[in-house]
Structure formats: C-alpha cells, structure tokens
Design a protein around this ligand. Structure first.
Ligand code: BG6
Length: 501
C-alpha cells in the first residue's frame, strides 16, 4: 500500500549544484506526478547564489524540460511549490534568513507540524557545519515536528575523518534523524537481492561455503570522470565506488537473514557481516589487490583521452580509476569463499552484476566437461537473473552442455520502477531508514578499506589500462592464479553470439 508522507518542507542545501538538477528535482517531480508527495509540501532551495523564487523556478523548469518528459500543467503546478533562499551556508548568523523563510512557508502552506527534511547536496566539507548551524537556530528540535538530515556520500574521507564527522553530527542530531544516502540501496535490483534470497526456499540452503565456490561482484562503467575530475582526483575508485556502493551490495549478498524487514533488523545484519570482513594484510595488499588508471585509447572508432588528460586531473595523478580485490568474510557461512570485487571507469561497458559460482558436482560422471552452475544477478542494465546449468546435449552418448534460464525485469507486467532517488526520498519523508546506511556499517567499511587507502601512497601500486578494456591485466591474475576467470559481461544479461557492449 502506498503511504503518503506527512505534510512537510524539503530544504535542499546545494540548490544550484549538479546533484540537485540531475537527480533530486527530477525525482521530486516524478513523485509529484505520481501523487506520492504530501498533500501540502514546499521545496526550499538554499545555497550561496542569489535567486528569487521566480528565477530559481525558471532555472529548474528549464532543466526539467531538458532532462525529463514533462507535461506543462504538471510542471507549472510542481514549480509553484519551489522556493529559494540564499544563505551563506558556512556562516551561522546567516541562517536566521533560512529560519524566517521557513516560518513564512509554514504560514503559507498552513503546516500544523514543522516537519522538515534537510537534504545536504553540498560539498562534504559542509556536512559537519550545516547541522551545527541549523542547531544554533533550533532547526534540529523535534518538539514541533520531525527534523531529518539526508546526507550524500562520501561520509568522511577515511576511517578517522568518518568517525569525526559522526561525532560532529551527533552533537546536534540523533541517529534516528540522520539518513545517509547510498543510492545503490535505492536500486530495485539491489533490494531484490534480499527478496530473492529470503523469500525462496530453494536458494538459501545452498547459499554458503558448502555449495558456493566463489562470488564475483562487478561495478563497471564505460564513462570516464567526465566533468568531475576535480572531485575524483582526490577520491579515486576505492572511495568513490568500492567503500560504499560495492561493499553495500556485497553485504546484501552475504548477510544473514534478518528476523524482520525493518530498519533495525536489516541494518543489524548488514553491520554484522561488514564487521566480519577479513582485515587486509600486507600480503593481501600485495597479492590480492590491483589498482589501475586508464590511459588514452581508441574505442569503437573514437579516441578517448587518458585519465591524466581529463579536465581537473593532475598531469601526474596517481589516483586509481580501477580497483580489483580478492577478499574474504570471516564467518561460518563464508569461511574460505573468495569474493572477487572490481569496479572501474572506462571499462568496455556499463554493467553492475553479482555472479554466484556453485561448486562442481562431487564426481564427474559425464567426464570433464560438466558445465558450471552459476547464478548471474544483474543489477543494471537489462536488470534480471540468469541461472545456468548442465543439460544433456541431444544425440548419442551423455554429454552435458550448458543451458540457461533467465528472467528480465522488463518482462514483468508492472515494470514502473521507482528510481533510486525517488525511492530514497520517499523513504526519508516517511521516516523509514531501512535503505540508509547506519553509522556503524559506514565505519566498518572505512575500517576495512583503510589499509588500501594507506597502500595507495605506495608509488609502485598503480597499473595502466587502455580505455575500453577490462582493467589492468594484473586483475585477471587475481582469478587465473586460482584457476578461474572473470565473467566478461555484455550489455545484455544473456550471452549471445554477438556480445553487445
Ligand atoms: C556515484 C559515483 O556515487 O555513483 C560516480 O560518485 C558513479 O562516480 C556513480 O558514476 C554510479 O552510479 P550508477 O547508479 O550510475 O551506477
């Protein structure tokens, strides 16, 4: 059943930033179009730039028209809910303007309760400052309605800064008021990992070290760093994708069943498995980790520049745009099962998927050619699941041949999926923190990756790979050394004779 959130005001800090235009406003527009926003609501943009309500609306309207399919009446009606207040976000005194504007809107929209969602779509340097300034004006106080903070990643820069940020925010806001967005958790197919595992009796009994040989997790992107070189160069793939999105996906694949589907039960299990990641030793860093950086190359007839040639990137940058890691989980379920995880920019195609490889049968009755049993869980694109197994090859003798069964989300009758940001904004407005990262889990992730961050300083640790390839050749060795190979996925879930990238 659809729950409509309580009347509230949504304040977006970083209102003139890219995330606001590209993700937040389109998500809010779609929720509005589908009648999922509160009966009475206001959206208040806040940032340094000076706009009037009118000029800010015009800007958003143009960008919505450009990015989304809109209808004029709905667009006009939606835009009437948008307001703007310029604030020097780092200056505590300036927040009185914001407070006054919120008072004014509360009157105009006849809010009985002062429910407010503060969305921090700003540079991370403001994550500690804004909560403090809000609190100085009593804007964190929940006596007259809920006050929630939504914080974009990255939550911290490393283990120590993540802990400090947490302390800073908790000085003014309680954990139940804090919603840390990891947009991968908003993806329908990532949530489906839980349903697939825990709503079916036939997979879960096999989901452990006795039956699973190894697991691959791939988060590949074809795009380079685009316009974000300035940010990315100080971040790299480990901080940008691995520490958050991929470890969250890994947690969904490997966690124990929660006792119920609610924020506490699920997040307890996520935290538990993340705490069980086997700490990386010096040996692991040397033998089980591959960091790479893309170099210029011609891809499908087009020359793509190397990472160091990208705008905003230092000419001698040693930032990694690829990371591949073989890692383990120290618990009963997963003892000794390798998880091979990789992510990178400028790989041949955009694909995120999990591949579960089951063990071979105990005795090869049909000779050496028994096909592998594997399950490919495709998170994007061509969302779906593919199961491959052996069947008798028709004809004389008993030869086994690989066959597959597949399910594509696109074939469901009800395929209108909420985008990650729509789902997460709606959940935050409804006070459901299930799909938001809890502080202990975030810290567990940073703790796990900290040795990689330290190791990154080592100048011998970075390999080049040409744009449009599957990363440095050393990343293949991670698996070939164990007698295995990565799956090289195409755009489509199903492998056909022609692999479309
Ligand atoms: C973001 C990263 O969090 O996730 C980007 O900062 C990356 O670098 C993006 O491109 C990937 O998200 P998606 O939803 O396109 O897989």
């Amino acid at each position: 059943m659809m729950v409509i959130p309580e009347n509230s005001c949504i304040v977006i800090f970083g209102a003139s930033g890219d995330l606001t235009y590209r993700k937040l406003i389109p998500a809010l527009y779609h929720l509005y179009e589908n009648e999922q926003l509160p009966e009475s609501f206001a959206i208040l943009g806040a940032s340094r730039t000076s706009y009037s309500d009118e000029s800010y609306r015009d800007k958003l309207k143009l960008s919505l028209q450009e990015l989304e399919k809109t209808t004029p009446e709905t667009l006009d009606a939606f835009c009437r809910h948008i307001h703007y207040q310029s604030v020097d976000t780092a200056d505590v005194d300036d927040y009185h303007k914001l407070k006054n504007k919120l008072d004014e809107l509360a009157g105009q929209y006849q809010f009985e309760q002062r429910n407010t969602l503060f969305y921090l779509a700003t540079p991370p340097s403001l994550y500690g400052v804004i909560p403090q300034c809000l609190a100085a004006h009593g804007l964190h106080d929940e006596t007259d309605g809920w006050k929630r903070l939504v914080i974009e990643k990255p939550f911290g820069y490393d283990f120590a800064s993540a802990q400090q940020l947490d302390i800073d925010i908790h000085q003014h806001f309680k954990e139940h008021q804090i919603y840390r967005i990891d947009h991968y958790l908003g993806k329908e197919t990532v949530q489906n990992l839980l349903v697939f595992r825990f709503a079916n009796g036939m997979f879960e009994p096999l989901w452990n070290r006795n039956f699973i040989d190894y697991v691959e997790i791939t988060g590949a992107e074809f795009l380079g760093v685009e316009e974000r070189g300035g940010y990315y160069d100080g971040s790299g793939a480990v901080r940008d994708m691995f520490q958050n999105h991929l470890l969250q996906v890994l947690a969904m694949v490997s966690m124990e069943p929660p006792s119920a589907i609610n924020a506490d039960s699920i997040r307890n299990e996520v935290n538990k498995v993340l705490q069980s990641l086997q700490p990386l030793t010096e040996d692991d860093l040397k033998n089980n980790l591959v960091l790479g950086q893309y170099t210029g190359s011609e891809v499908r007839g087009q020359f793509l520049p190397g990472y160091r040639e990208e705008p905003g990137v230092a000419g001698d940058s040693r930032t990694e745009t690829y990371v591949g890691l073989k890692m383990f989980i120290n618990n009963w379920r997963w003892n000794n099962v390798p998880f091979y995880v990789r992510t990178g920019k400028r790989l041949p195609t955009r694909v995120t998927e999990v591949v579960i490889h089951f063990k071979q049968t105990p005795h090869p009755v049909f000779g050496q050619n028994a096909p592998e049993n594997k399950l490919v869980i495709r998170i994007q694109p061509d969302e779906g699941i593919l199961m491959s197994f052996g069947l008798k090859q028709p004809g004389a003798g008993f030869k086994a041949k690989e066959a597959s069964m597949e399910f594509h989300y696109a074939s469901l009758e009800e395929t209108q999926m909420l985008t990650a940001y729509e789902r997460l904004l709606l959940d935050a407005l409804n006070g459901d923190a299930t799909l938001f990262a809890r502080t202990d889990a975030v810290e567990a992730c940073w703790k796990f990756v900290q040795p990689i961050l330290d190791y990154k300083q080592d100048p011998t640790s970075l390999y080049g790979y040409a744009c449009g390839t599957w990363g440095p050749k050393e990343s293949d060795d991670l698996l070939t050394n164990d007698g295995r190979t990565w799956r090289f996925p195409c755009k489509n879930l199903t492998n056909t004779d022609y692999c479309e990238l």
